[in-house]
Design a protein around this ligand. Structure first.
Ligand code: ZN
Length: 322
């Protein structure tokens, strides 16, 4: 069985770009499966054995790892790496041993829901420079619980973040730009406010730009005209603001699906320019790249922000399309 996907790119790490291998392992998948925007569980399979997971990783490392160069390894499952039902403790320890022997993995990054973060699960990965990513999405419990249906609280995240830090690992926090039922301006404000609240716990903040995945509740809302993915102008605005407030923190955003109708987009003409600027910013952390971008659609975006609450309310009532 092969991984769902694997690719090589760069990550900003300790003031410089470092090679990064991302591997999406196929596992039994996320047990929660209730988030309104998430369709990742379609990539899971109940047939995956623990031996399969190890062979997917061996395949990825053999075929795609950079030669003669230290690199960051992202091992994602579209679920929780620390969930015993996806990746067992024995498999985690096996993976850790494999990586310790290689000595070219500078840092391992995994993703998990906070309820699976325990000292025992983290101990399985001892001896490796580790960053644990959690999809908090927002520090606002109401948005997370009611609009996203995430099923855990900010307190749960903080408890998990404390455990991770106590074990000598670092935290990467995912924030979601524009969850369902949140207007463009409120979405920008929510990420900026959330970032301030998670900054004390996080080494890295990664902003996910909400996109419309197939077979999700968000897709139904979008089809009915109740949702528009975020503007790329909003993403640029948030990245600039966050980085300028917190110079020491790494702030990134992978513009997945940028320029597509289901992904974050502007007018169609400038999307690629903004997408490339965000990608360059991710690696360099230079906010200068995000300044001086221009296109006529910026005025449309600005008026949407200005009349946002009114327009959003009208769209929800079916008076105007969003
Ligand atoms: Zn434009």
């Amino acid at each position: 069985m092969s991984p769902v996907a694997l690719w090589l790119d760069y990550e900003h790490d300790e003031h410089e770009p470092v090679r990064c291998l991302t591997v999406i392992l196929r596992t039994a998948g996320c047990q929660w499966r209730k988030c309104r925007m998430c369709g990742y569980w379609h990539e899971s399979s109940h047939d995956v054995t623990q031996a399969d997971i190890l062979s997917q990783l061996r395949y990825a490392l053999t075929t795609a790892s950079p030669k003669n160069e230290d690199f960051i390894l992202k091992l994602y499952t579209s679920g929780s790496f620390l969930d015993e039902r996806e990746v067992s403790g024995a498999t985690r320890r096996h993976i850790a041993e494999m990586l310790r022997q290689r000595q070219d993995v500078k840092r391992l990054i995994i993703e998990t829901r906070p309820e699976y973060v325990t000292a025992d699960a983290l101990a399985d990965l001892a001896g490796i420079e580790l960053e644990v990513a959690m999809g908090l999405e927002t520090a606002d419990d109401f948005i997370r619980l009611e609009y996203i249906n995430k099923g855990f609280s900010f307190e749960d995240y903080k408890t998990a973040a404390g455990l991770i830090t106590d074990c000598g690992a670092t935290v990467r926090t995912y924030l979601l730009l524009k969850p369902p039922f949140v207007s463009e301006r409120a979405a920008i404000e929510d990420v900026i406010k959330s970032a301030e609240l998670v900054a004390p716990y996080s080494r890295t903040i990664s902003m996910n730009l909400c996109n419309v995945q197939r077979h999700t509740e968000l897709e139904s809302l979008w089809r009915q005209g109740y949702y528009r993915p975020p503007w790329l102008w909003s993403a640029v605005e948030v990245l600039k603001t966050l980085k300028e407030k917190r110079r020491s923190m790494t702030v990134i955003s992978d513009p997945v699906g940028a320029g597509h109708i289901r992904g974050p987009h502007n007018c169609g003409y400038c999307d690629n320019t903004l997408k490339e600027a965000i990608k360059r910013f991710n690696i360099t952390q230079d906010t200068g790249i995000l300044k001086g971008l221009n296109c006529d659609c910026v005025y449309r975006w600005q008026s949407i922000l200005k009349y946002d609450e009114y327009l959003f309310g009208a769209a929800i009532m079916g008076v105007v399309p969003i």
